[in-house]
Design a protein around this ligand. Structure first.
Ligand code: FAD
Length: 317
């Protein structure tokens, strides 16, 4: 019996969260005295998974699975789990993993806990700490089903190198006529830019930026920090920024190591989606802005003066 980990990839390359979930699975496996098997879809460079403790890779290459498709991916992962006799499946808490994991849970009759933010508990890897109440609190949950699915939050556990010799085995799943394929996906993404989902640092702008013509300074700050850019809901509603950048309760969740909010008031719906970030820096000219209560560091000042100065200083490093 091994632990199965679903390792996400894009254009054949593993995403950073693939190495995070592998690191987490290895920690669980060590407690259980077992090994980690990864399941990968149309990816290469499997040896990179070995660096994070994966001993075996089920390599799936199938035309239907070239583009993410929650139903079909869940079906294949379930077959992989059955083949390996895996009682534990580890996935990330990305939008794709959150889409497929409930389907997988139904297929495996497993208990599923997403948004896990801490290392496995020392007394049992199935007692997990996860975010709750729209990230306003934490819950400690014990998964008691025979088969368990753990969804690990991005940037929560980090990368833990743990060299293993990843043996690659081609895995041909059974996919029937009813399994459809997604032909293409339109993603709001600028080539070469860091995506919000993968970002360790996110720089986000709100209505305090006054208009789309002022976004150059948000992008400059993001560039110098190697960060993704994001925005509040009204900013994307007004068309100042693409909808793909909207973060918060009704937008993308952010669990970055550093979240920099510029000209954002800190409404409860915004905080619900970003407060899982480890360090929050707020730049706002209103000292009473609610975001300051949730901030680790705050700068009370005009964004149009503070941000250029910050960029200038950061360029010196
Ligand atoms: P504002 O509230 O207008 O705040 C602008 C801030 O900029 C102010 O604090 C102001 O002091 C500051 N400012 C102004 N000028 C400057 C300057 N020169 N320098 C520095 N600071 C300056 N919102 C989200 O963001 N994400 C969501 O997912 C989301 N979901 C929602 C779901 C529902 C059901 C509802 C009802 C609302 C939702 N909202 C969401 C909207 C949310 O309630 C707020 O209206 C929104 O977050 C406010 O955006 P903002 O902070 O950019 O704008």
């Amino acid at each position: 019996m091994s632990i199965l980990v679903y390792t996400e990839s894009e254009n054949g390359k593993f995403k950073k969260n693939a190495f995070e979930v592998a690191s987490y699975a290895k920690a669980v496996a060590d407690q259980m005295g077992t090994s980690v098997t990864a399941i990968s879809f149309n990816a290469s460079e499997h040896e990179n998974l070995g660096a994070y403790g994966v001993s075996k890779v089920l390599n799936v290459t199938h035309d239907i699975l070239k583009t993410f498709n929650a139903e079909a991916y869940a079906k294949v992962i379930a077959q992989g789990a059955e083949k390996e006799g895996a009682k534990v499946v580890v996935v990330s808490s990305s939008a794709n993993s959150k889409f497929l994991a409930p389907i997988l849970a139904a297929k495996l009759k497993a208990g599923y806990v997403p948004n896990v933010v801490a290392a496995p508990d020392s007394t049992s890897p199935f007692k997990v700490k996860r975010t709750a109440f729209s990230n306003k609190g934490f819950a400690h949950t014990e998964i008691s089903t025979d088969i368990k699915i753990i969804g690990v939050s991005n940037n929560a556990f980090g990368l833990k190198e743990n060299q293993a010799d990843a043996q690659v085995e081609d895995f041909s799943p059974e996919l029937g006529d009813g399994d459809f394929s997604v032909k293409s996906v339109d993603i709001d993404k600028v080539a070469g830019k860091v995506t919000i989902a993968d970002a360790e640092i996110v720089v986000s702008g709100g209505r305090g930026m006054k208009g789309p013509e002022n976004w150059g300074m948000i992008e400059e700050l993001a560039d110098v920090l190697g960060a993704a850019t994001a925005c509040s809901k009204p900013v994307s509603d007004m068309g100042w920024r693409p909808h793909g950048e909207h973060v918060g309760q009704t937008g993308k969740p952010v669990a970055a190591n550093l979240y920099v909010a510029v000209g954002i008031s800190g409404a409860i719906q915004h905080l619900a989606g970003v407060s899982a970030s480890k360090t929050k820096v707020v730049i706002n000219n209103d000292p009473e802005a609610p975001f300051f209560k949730a901030a680790d560091y705050g700068i009370v000042g005009d964004a149009f003066e503070v941000v250029p100065k910050l960029v200038e200083k950061l360029k010196e490093f």
